[in-house]
Ligand binder design. Sequence first.
Ligand SMILES: [Zn+2]
Ligand SMILES: [Zn+2]
Length: 364
Amino acid sequence: MCGHVCQPFRTEDLKFMGDDVFAVQIPNGLKGDPLVYVPQRPLGEAFCFDLGSLEALAHKDLMRITHVFVSHTHMDHFIGFDRLLRVHLPHARLMKMWGPAPFIERVQAKLRAYTWNLIKPDQIRFLVHELKEDGSVTEALLTNTNNFAIQAFPSKSSIHKLCEWADGSSMRAALLDHKGIPSVAYKYLVPGRMRVLVEKMKDFGLEPGEWVGQLQARLRAHHQDDTLVIEGRSFSVRDLASKVIEWEAQRSFAYVTDASFDERNVKALFEAFGSSEQLISETSFLDKDFARALDKAHLTSRHAALLGRLLRVKKLHTFHFSAIYGEESEVLLQESQDIFQELQKADDSSFQAALQAEFLRIKS
Ligand SMILES: [Zn+2]
Ligand SMILES: [Zn+2]
């Protein structure tokens, strides 16, 4: 793989959601193998969507990965598995993975391809989750101790909540069709948080203490009219909170790749995700090449823009550009943004008309 060297895009384009919550990276650029790397700063961990080539990621970044969400196992989305395995091998850590059925067998086949007589029992442990068509999830712990035998059992998780991290963030999924095979779309959600402004406490002559937790508990219970007694003084919960608490809104982004644009997929995506703050969407082809997209069960720039409007996202990010465009990739990038901006201005009925027009165009 050529990595960054032959990408026409600047580094800024690769690390494109630069804030504390979403410092999302696309290490292979917009034309390389699909790989989206998401550091979770409060946890010191990271997860990734898909496992295209991992060569562009530094060793220390790979070491942070604890969860992997795979859309499907076409080669360009799964070839990085071996590097992930190799980097984590000496550390005997549990790796959690998700993907569409028969994902457990796919991971087993990867693991069984090597000879493992020199490692310790339980040195390799993959907790693999497989998403079924009916939305249920099956999981199996694959370990070298028993030559990665599959003992699968129903998972407590479901497509509506695949997992939840210690900071309250969570992942859900939608199953889409990709020319007869399932491709999983994911939505990552970080709940709204209360940020305590320590510097503002001085205005009330207060120091941080147990009262902060009490104040947060009253706010969570919607008891703004209560009075809180702190060090013998009474404070209105509403007044105090308005000065020392800042609300950070809920954040979310969806990841959609390798799916055909059809009524079934659009419905499945909307039902599973409703809305999202941002969308990272595959855009393999230009609008004029929609017949090509149809043939390969991929999305065009118009499709990505329509999906962005469907989920009412504020920002649309596109990637997984087809190699046929070469230097023309800038056009692809721009086209999806132009169509998306137009659709953002459209009211609901105009948007529905645009959606139906595209369904008709595809069928004809
Ligand atoms: Zn692909
Ligand atoms: Zn594919």
